[in-house]
Design a protein around this ligand. Structure first.
Ligand SMILES: Nc1ncnc2c1ncn2[C@@H]1O[C@H](COP(=O)(O)OP(=O)(O)OP(=O)(O)O)[C@@H](O)[C@H]1O
Length: 322
């Protein structure tokens, strides 16, 4: 269990983390979600005592990180996969870590096996691909067989096979009762991985909720209609108080209605429908709506619903580096 209370980090005038309070519980994967620059890495660094909070506290199983004896046995983390010594072999990188944390040498071979790096264990890690580097970082996090694991954007830059592997590994670790805390700026990735969600924007807590509740509360549902008599259909809907928005390809989208109601209305008025379907907005859209005000820079999207702009490179950082 990890507990944050009023955690705050200021860099000069910039507040990177703003009074964050939440708990990360064992046995589930907790996703830590926020747009670029939201403060995720800074929060994780403070959780690991790599940065000092301006105020507030982090407790790991009730203790401050500094009070943990042999912390790698409590908490393992993948923060920056490139933090390894490239001139050393994968084996020796892990061996150094093991020796400084009084972890038996046989554990090095065990974790290399677990992440699939045994065949390249004696190769220098500077020649590793991004995926192999991530696996080595994960091996180091697992070295002390900790009950708590933190992964900062673990799937960044990985191919689908690597993403699948990390996702399943995290699920297996959570199923063993461990506490898994994983950051991402992609809602779509979290939806496939996390059971619980912590969402932040500009350092502030925006949501602390189960994945199921998040989906329930934030997904916009609407009805999509397509008709060869689109003009007449739209007029009919407007006459009955529905706002039908043209969404391209001859489709209309209507919020706050059911397929039953609109289907009956069309039938009563002799209108042909080629499509009548109930739709749910993507979670990515829900996430962007939640964090929209927390993103300082974004391009003007072409969103017909007046929601947040489409995902993609227009997400700027929330800071210019204070
Ligand atoms: N050492 C530092 N000095 C000044 N500002 C910093 C420092 N570290 C982080 N920041 C700022 O604090 C804010 C939060 O950064 P952080 O890296 O924690 O965000 P993040 O959510 O991890 O983003 P990303 O997904 O882009 O990694 C940003 O505005 C960043 O520019």
């Amino acid at each position: 269990m990890i507990e944050l209370e009023g955690l705050t980090k200021r860099y000069g005038a910039k507040t990177a983390v703003d009074h964050l309070s939440f708990q990360v519980r064992p046995g589930v994967i907790t996703g830590f979600l926020g747009p670029n620059g939201a403060g995720k890495s800074t929060t994780m660094r403070m959780m690991l005592d790599l940065d000092n909070p301006t105020s507030g506290t982090v407790r790991i199983d009730g203790k401050h990180y500094r009070e943990l004896q042999e912390p790698l046995k409590y908490i393992g983390a993948l923060l920056d996969a490139k933090a390894m010594n490239g001139g050393r072999s994968a084996y020796n990188n892990l061996l150094c870590l093991a020796q400084s944390n009084r972890i038996p040498e046989r554990r090095v071979s065990e974790v290399l096996d677990l992440v699939g790096l045994t065949p390249v264990a004696r190769k220098k890690s500077k020649g590793f691909s991004l995926g192999m580097g991530q696996r080595l970082g994960i091996a180091s996090a697992l070295l002390g067989d900790p009950e708590i694991l933190m992964f900062d954007e673990p799937v960044n830059g990985l191919d689908p096979e690597g993403i699948h592997w990390i996702r399943n590994l995290m699920k297996a670790l959570a199923a063993e009762g461990r506490t898994i805390f994983v950051s991402s700026h992609l809602m779509s990735e979290m939806a496939l991985t996390a059971d619980h969600l912590i969402v932040i924007g500009q350092g502030k807590l925006l949501a602390d909720t189960s994945m199921a509740d998040f989906i329930q509360e934030n997904s916009r549902s609407y009805v999509r209609l397509r008709s060869p008599q689109q003009e007449r259909l739209r007029d009919l809907l407007h006459a009955h108080g529905f706002i039908a928005v043209e969404a391209g390809n001859g489709t209309l989208e209507v919020d706050g209605a059911t397929t039953e109601k609109l289907g009956e209305l069309a039938a009563e008025n002799g209108l042909v429908l080629h499509e009548l379907s109930s739709q749910r907005a993507s979670l990515e859209e829900a996430f962007m709506q939640m964090t929209a005000s927390a993103v300082e820079y974004h391009a003007h999207g072409t969103d017909v619903h007046g929601g947040a702009p489409a995902p993609g490179p227009q997400w700027g950082t929330t800071s210019q580096g204070a």
